[in-house]
Design a protein around this ligand. Structure first.
Ligand code: F6P
Length: 362
C-alpha cells in the first residue's frame, strides 16, 4: 500500500486528533504517503484531500505539520460531518472513485455508529480497504469497552456537576443535570457514580414518564425531609423522553405539599461534554487504537474495527494486548444489541446501576 487516507466522521470527540496523529506517524514510519480528508464523508465524495505526514507541505491552507502537536487538542483538525449523501450507494461509489483517482488504496475512518456503518458499506460495495476506529462520547459501539472521547466527556461531567453541587448546597436546591449520550445512558450511569448523584435516570430503565417523575420526586422528598440534605443532584441521560425542564416542573409540583419552598433547577450540559482537550486516557486509547488499525490496514486488513479491551469474545489479536480487531458486520450487530438492551454488556451495566441505586440515595 503506497497511500492511505484518514478521515473523521460523525459527532466529534476529544482524542480524534490523537488518533489522526498516531495513524499518520504509523503510516509515515513505513514510508506510506498519508492524506487527510476534510469534513468526513462529504469531503471524501467531493475530493477535498490535504497532504499529511512528515514532509508534505500544506495545501488549502492546511498545515500538514499541524498534526505534530494536535494530539492535545479537542475536536478534529480535519473537520467532520454527518453526511446524508454518503448514505446512498451512488455517494459511496463517488467516494471510491475519488480514492481511486489518487491511487489511495486504504481508508481509516475515526467515528461512531453511523460512520462505521458507512465504512462497512463502502468496503463491501466498492472493495476499498477500510479500517474503523471507534470514536463516540456515547460509548455506544459494540466490541469495545470504551471509545475515543468517553473519558474526557466524563471528566467534563464531573467538573460541571461539582460546580453545580457547590451552588446547590449553598441554596439548598435540587438539580437535574442532563448529559449527552443519544440513545445510550452510559455517560449518565458512569457519571452518576463519580459525582455522587442522588439518582440517575436513563432510557435503558424503560420507565414510564409518570413512574419516572414519582421516583425522582421520592428521592428529592426523602433527601430533604428525612436526611436533611442540602443538595440533591439527579443525572439524566438525554435519551429519556421526558424533557429535562418538564421533569423539573413535574417533580417540583409533586413535592410541593411537603416542600413548598424547594427550588429545583435544570441544567442541560449539551455540547459542553463534546469539547475540551482530551484526557490522558483518551489520548492513550486513541493512539493505540489508531496504531493497531493503521498497521492492520497496511497489512491488508479491511472491513474491520479495532476495539479496546473488548467485553465480547472473538476478534483477531494485535501486537497490543488491549486491542483486538473485529469484523464491522459483528461490530454493527453488537452495537444494535447494546442499544436494544439484549447485549450482555448493557444488561450488566443496567443491572449494576439497579444494585447501587439505593446506595446512591444515601
Ligand atoms: O453522538 C454524539 C452526540 O454528542 C450525541 O450524544 C448527541 O445526541 C449528538 O451527538 C448531537 O449531535 P449534533 O452534534 O449533530 O447536534
Amino acid at each position: 500500500m503506497t497511500s492511505v487516507a484518514l478521515l473523521t466522521s460523525g459527532g466529534d470527540g476529544p482524542g480524534m486528533n490523537a488518533a489522526l496523529r498516531a495513524a499518520a506517524q504509523t503510516a509515515g514510519a513505513r514510508g506510506v504517503a498519508v492524506v487527510g480528508v476534510r469534513d468526513g464523508y462529504d469531503g471524501l465524495m467531493d475530493g477535498r484531500f490535504v497532504p499529511l505526514g512528515r514532509s508534505a507541505t500544506g495545501t488549502d491552507g492546511f498545515d500538514s505539520n499541524a498534526l505534530d502537536f494536535v494530539a492535545r487538542q479537542g475536536g478534529t483538525v480535519l473537520g467532520t460531518a454527518r453526511s446524508e449523501r454518503f448514505r446512498s450507494p451512488e455517494g459511496r461509489a463517488r467516494a471510491a472513485e475519488q480514492l481511486k483517482q489518487r491511487a489511495i488504496t486504504g481508508l481509516l475512518v475515526v467515528g461512531g455508529n453511523g460512520s462505521l456503518t458507512g465504512a462497512h458499506l463502502l468496503a463491501r460495495e466498492t472493495g476499498v480497504a477500510v479500517m474503523g476506529v471507534p470514536s463516540s462520547i456515547d460509548n455506544d459501539i459494540g466490541c469495545t469497552a470504551t471509545c475515543i472521547g468517553v473519558d474526557t466527556a466524563l471528566n467534563t461531567i464531573v467538573e460541571a456537576c461539582d460546580r453545580i453541587s457547590d451552588t446547590a448546597r449553598s441554596h439548598r436546591r435540587a438539580f437535574v443535570v442532563e448529559v449527552m449520550g443519544r440513545q445510550s445512558g452510559y455517560l449518565a450511569m458512569a457519571g452518576a457514580v463519580a459525582v455522587q448523584a442522588d439518582a440517575v435516570v436513563f432510557r435503558e430503565q424503560q420507565r414510564a414518564p409518570e413512574t419516572l417523575v414519582a421516583a425522582v420526586a421520592d428521592v428529592v422528598r426523602k433527601a430533604f425531609t428525612e436526611r436533611g440534605k442540602r443538595r440533591v443532584l439527579i443525572l439524566k441521560a438525554e435519551g429519556v423522553e421526558v424533557p429535562t425542564m418538564r421533569l423539573v416542573q413535574l417533580v417540583e409540583e409533586a413535592v410541593k405539599p411537603v416542600l413548598p419552598d424547594l427550588e429545583i433547577r435544570g441544567v442541560i450540559l449539551g455540547h459542553l461534554v463534546r469539547g475540551g482537550n482530551p484526557s490522558f486516557l483518551d489520548r492513550m486509547v486513541a493512539a493505540r487504537l489508531a496504531f493497531a488499525a493503521t498497521t492492520a490496514l497496511l497489512e491488508g486488513a479491511s472491513d474491520e474495527m479495532v476495539g479496546w479491551q473488548s467485553p465480547v469474545t472473538g476478534g483477531i489479536t494485535t501486537s497490543d494486548a488491549s486491542v483486538r480487531r473485529f469484523p464491522l458486520e459483528m461490530v454493527l450487530a453488537e452495537t444494535a444489541r447494546l442499544l436494544d438492551g439484549t447485549s450482555p454488556v448493557t444488561q450488566r451495566r443496567v443491572g449494576l446501576m439497579s444494585k447501587v441505586e439505593g446506595v446512591l440515595q444515601l
